[in-house]
Design a protein around this ligand. Structure first.
Ligand code: PHE
Length: 446
């Protein structure tokens, strides 16, 4: 069967950026910055993204484009008969686990978007903040919204790589940037925005610690969607004329920019309305509705914000979904329709369990965490970092250097990438594995 490819270079870029920009930028980044003390965290995050994550991104891209195959098939193809296919299994499984709970949060976002459209936030915003806990812990509401969110994702996937993923990303990504810039413009023009801005801009280096570095690295991985087989799968839909290095750099740049704008849109408001910046994961769903209710034009801003959240979550969810579908279609020879149904079914069931872990299943704890947090911890702090590590080790140690160079320079056609090859290859082979292992271990020394 002919494999489908992305139709244009811009399409590739926007689909990758669509995967990267998501709840990680809007929900996770601001609260991580809040919890970890502001500007110093942002600086460490930027340094990690550029020095470590960009080369890891490139490695994953190289594996996908070279093999023109799904996350499992690519290791079978590039290293036949070896244990590397185990890494492929990891790369197929992790995204499906993440999608299950990601879709629950996507459902919450959808629910809040509906509320923002129909309720008067200036009156009800304070109630809304309290409503989050009630809603998340109820049984049917979150499951219904999880189902709708996952259903929309499946519909886009069903339409295919070009007509679904690419077309959706091309329309939605520019919209996302416009929405978040609008929101930032509103916040930054509020009286008193300066203090919050200073907090984002003036680093306090005494806050830098090993655990903060681990958190920053985890955030950078999560935000770029690296280490999961997603960039690998998208990379496999890319033609030989695409410049891997510049696409990776542009995607990384867009993702970082989006996170920083999101921070400017949220943090100053947190300071102006005197709520604690370190509210944790509830920041977006509990603290922000309260802020919107106090803000001039709050209703309008709330609609914009939750629309942004839903769209960003959708473009990321489709990338998670596609990994499983590509594997089922190519390795298990299912039709795209059946593959979509199976992935839907699996993630729907696991998602329901995650959702119920805020309510009736709340008492069930493994390693002191309820199911939702356990899956998040397992996938973002362990599986993802391991995945990223394996990808760089594969490219740096298992693949032939000449093959990697070929992908890097499009068989010599991209002269500009020639001089970049040596330093980036050095990072892939030595710096990234060592740094990632050290930081990974530091996760456990507390
Ligand atoms: N990068 C996405 C975000 O920032 C999340 C994501 C993680 C998507 C892993 C795909 C894979 O929200």
């Amino acid at each position: 069967m002919e494999r489908e490819n992305f139709g244009s270079k811009l399409g590739v870029l926007l689909a990758m950026a669509g995967s990267a920009v998501g709840l990680g930028n809007l929900w996770r980044f601001p609260y991580m910055v809040g919890v970890n003390g502001g500007a110093a965290f942002i600086l460490v995050y930027i340094v990690f993204t550029v020095i470590l994550c960009l080369p890891i991104f490139i490695s994953e891209f190289v594996i996908g484009r070279r093999s023109q195959s799904n996350a499992l098939g690519s290791f079978r193809k590039l290293a036949p008969g070896s244990k590397w296919s185990l890494v492929g299994i990891l790369a197929v499984l992790t995204p499906m686990i993440i999608l299950s709970y990601y879709s629950v949060v996507g459902g919450w976002s959808l629910r809040f978007f509906c509320s923002a459209c129909t309720m008067d936030f200036t009156k009800d915003g304070t109630d809304l903040a309290g409503m989050f806990g009630l809603f998340a812990s109820s049984v049917w509401g979150p499951i219904i919204f999880h189902t709708i969110f996952l259903g929309i994702t499946a519909a886009i996937i069903l339409a295919g790589v070009q007509k679904g993923i690419e077309r959706f990303s091309k329309v939605m990504m520019p919209l996302l940037f416009i929405l978040i810039i609008l929101m930032a413009a509103r916040t930054l023009t509020l009286p008193g925005a300066k203090e919050g801005l200073q907090w984002i801009l003036k680093p306090n280096f005494s806050k830098v610690s090993l655990s903060m570095c681990a958190a920053a690295l985890g955030q950078a991985f999560f935000s770029l969607s690296i280490g999961y087989g997603i960039i690998l799968t998208y990379g496999s839909y890319v033609g030989k004329d695409v410049n891997i290095v510049s696409s990776a750099a542009k995607t990384t740049g867009m993702d970082m920019l989006f996170s920083l704008i999101a921070c400017c849109a949220i943090m100053p408001a947190v300071f102006i309305f005197n709520v604690s910046p370190n509210a944790g994961p509830g920041l977006v769903f509990q603290t922000l509705p309260f802020i919107f209710s106090k803000m001039p034009l709050g209703n309008f801003v709330a609609v914009i914000f939750f629309a942004t959240l839903v769209v960003a979550a959708l473009t990321s969810a489709i990338s998670l979904f596609e990994v499983g579908v590509a594997w089922l279609v190519e390795e298990r020879k299912l039709s795209r329709k059946w593959a979509t149904l199976w992935v839907f079914f699996f993630t729907w069931v696991v998602g329901i369990i995650c959702s119920l872990s805020f309510g009736p299943l709340n008492g069930i704890k493994l390693f002191k965490m309820e199911i939702f947090s356990l899956l998040d911890y397992l996938s973002s702090n362990i599986l993802m970092i391991l995945g990223g590590l394996f990808f760089v080790v594969f490219v740096g140690w298992k693949m032939k250097k000449a093959d990697v160079r070929e992908e890097f320079t499009n068989s010599g056609a991209l002269k500009g990438n020639n001089w970049l090859f040596a330093p980036v290859y050095f990072i892939i082979k030595w710096v990234a594995p060592i740094a990632v292992i050290l930081i990974f271990i530091s996760n456990f020394i507390k």
